[in-house]
Design a protein around this ligand. Structure first.
Ligand SMILES: Cc1cc2nc3c(=O)[nH]c(=O)nc-3n(C[C@H](O)[C@H](O)[C@H](O)COP(=O)(O)OP(=O)(O)OC[C@H]3O[C@@H](n4cnc5c(N)ncnc54)[C@H](O)[C@@H]3O)c2cc1C
Length: 469
């Protein structure tokens, strides 16, 4: 462990382990401050918000307050899929906001993929951004049926062959040389990136633009504003009073007083192999660093890293009673072993290639599985989150949208369907624990039953969605 890494940040993920330089934390908040905007949490949400505000109005005084260091949370640990995925389907958005709402949301997400690449390049951040798209394999007849259904749904909402298409066996295998690939869906709207490089680079970029970033400063309370009193962020050694306070804690949201039932932290876990030889990649493909998955119910996701490893993750870790978050939950041997087995099933040629890294982290899930961004002018409190594992690009959209809301700029962004969406609260325990874990269990059951019988297991999958898996 290096001297500047007493808290073991390099063990957070492959991405953290690969960061150049030392990991010395920025100074903590140790006084009372008055600013225009205070941001709580230095993940992608907080940093993109600070960035967009600093770009929109360089005169704004913005302070970011972070419990650990920038990129400590999901932003420095994720699968690096910078995708156009939004956690709610087009059909669901259309039911509440009409087909045009669904289309506008989709287009905003697609544009966000490019915006992340553009903004990172403009700030001189080399985060290994490669826009190779996503290939999602269909490896059982049930998965083939689901893939065709997904393409048909996309057409219904105006997506063309250029946005999402079905690939027959040979073409699918030329993208992804995994075992048992019968076909695949392919979308160009995704880039693979190294998330910790992006998060750390963004923190430096916002500082260069005049934003104050305080680290090792856990926020103990956020007090809403009321007439004659501005909202306030409190830490053990200081406080920040601001016109607007942005809550950007995602999975950690329930750790703040009064927020226990706002978002549930659900863990996603990952593994990474050692760098793999050219012979392996000659068959495995992913030559454009396409991100990859398959059409099973329980989410899996992978990328070919810039240095030729497979980084691969999935859900399946249990939700912890009381929305608890602990460093020890980042490693769950049973789930990490299951991920390794799944990776070997996909790529038997991996043989005894070494798994060098195992890690994980919490992401935020709203009771209604719908991401949201908004500003309550009455209290001066703004929020963004509930990305359910699709936050790498959505956080960028959130940051730009929050900047428009805070500066009072009318734009297409502030008219998007997710703006101002209010989450229903999660059930109290033990119902929350039972519901989330039953959902995860139902999805695993659906996949096992499909693999055994070769037929879609709609009942189990629907049950999984109903109870929040
Ligand atoms: C293993 C894993 C894989 C994933 N893969 C993908 C993927 O491939 N693609 C994708 O789009 N999404 C993925 N996600 C989700 C994505 O990473 C998140 O949606 C996104 O990073 C959320 O960013 P954020 O800034 O909102 O939250 P975070 O990055 O979690 O940031 C929250 C910050 O708040 C800080 N904090 C906590 N408590 C306090 C406090 N009291 N005071 C001050 N600060 C505090 C934390 O230290 C943290 O830095 C994945 C998530 C995980 C865990």
């Amino acid at each position: 462990m290096d001297v500047d890494d007493a808290r073991g940040y390099r063990r957070l993920s492959l991405w953290w382990d690969a960061l150049p330089g030392d990991l010395r934390a920025r100074p903590p908040l140790d006084r009372h401050l008055d600013v225009d905007v205070a941001v709580v949490g230095a993940g992608f949400t907080g940093l993109w918000t600070a960035h967009s505000l600093a770009v929109a109005d360089p005169g704004l005084r913005v302070a970011v307050v972070e419990a650990e260091v920038a990129g400590f949370g999901a932003s420095g640990r994720n699968g690096g899929w910078c995708s156009a995925l939004f956690c709610a389907s087009d059909a669901r958005i259309a039911r509440a906001h009409g087909p045009d709402g669904a289309r506008r949301m989709r287009r905003a997400m697609q544009a966000s993929v490019d915006e992340v690449g553009r903004a990172a390049a403009a700030e001189g951040i080399d985060c290994h951004f490669a826009k190779g798209g996503t290939v999602v394999a269909a490896r059982t007849p049930a998965q083939v049926a689901r893939a065709h259904h997904e393409v048909a749904e996309a057409r219904r909402f105006g997506e063309t062959e250029a946005d999402l298409r079905w690939l027959d066996g040979d073409e699918a295998r030329s993208h992804l040389g995994a075992d048992g690939v019968l076909g695949a869906t392919y979308t160009p709207h995704c880039a693979a990136l190294q998330p910790a490089l992006l998060a750390r680079g963004l923190a430096e970029a916002v500082e260069r633009r005049g934003v104050d970033v305080f680290e090792h400063s856990p926020v103990t309370a956020v007090e809403p504003g009321r007439p004659g009193r501005r909202p306030t962020v409190r830490t053990a050694q200081g406080a920040v009073r601001a016109d607007v306070v942005v809550g950007a804690l995602e999975g950690w949201t329930p750790t703040l007083p009064g927020q226990r039932r706002t978002l549930a932290p659900v863990y996603s876990l990952m593994i990474a192999t050692e760098p793999l030889p050219a012979g392996f990649w000659a068959t495995a493909g992913l030559a454009q660093r396409q991100t990859f998955s398959d059409h099973r119910h329980l989410i899996i996701y992978g990328q070919r890293t810039a240095d030729g490893r497979l980084a691969f993750g999935g859900r399946g870790a249990p939700y912890h009673f009381g929305s608890a978050i602990r460093r020890r939950y980042d490693r769950a041997p049973r789930v990490h072993e299951a991920l390794h087995r799944t990776l070997l099933e996909l790529f038997p040629a991996l043989g005894d290639a070494t798994v060098t890294h195992r890690w994980g982290g919490p992401l935020g899930v709203a009771r209604d599985w719908f991401s949201s961004v908004g500003l309550d002018r009455g209290t001066g409190l703004a929020w963004a989150g509930g990305y359910v594992g699709d936050g790498v690009s959505t956080t960028n959209l959130a940051g730009r949208t929050l900047a428009d809301l805070i500066t009072g700029t009318s734009s297409d962004l502030v008219e998007l369907p997710w703006v101002g969406h209010r989450w229903p609260r999660w059930e109290p325990e033990p119902l929350r624990w039972l519901g989330v874990n039953a959902g995860l269990w139902a999805m695993q059951l659906a996949d096992r039953s499909e693999a055994r019988r070769g037929r879609p297991s709609w009942v189990a999958a629907r049950m999984g969605r109903l109870v929040g898996g």
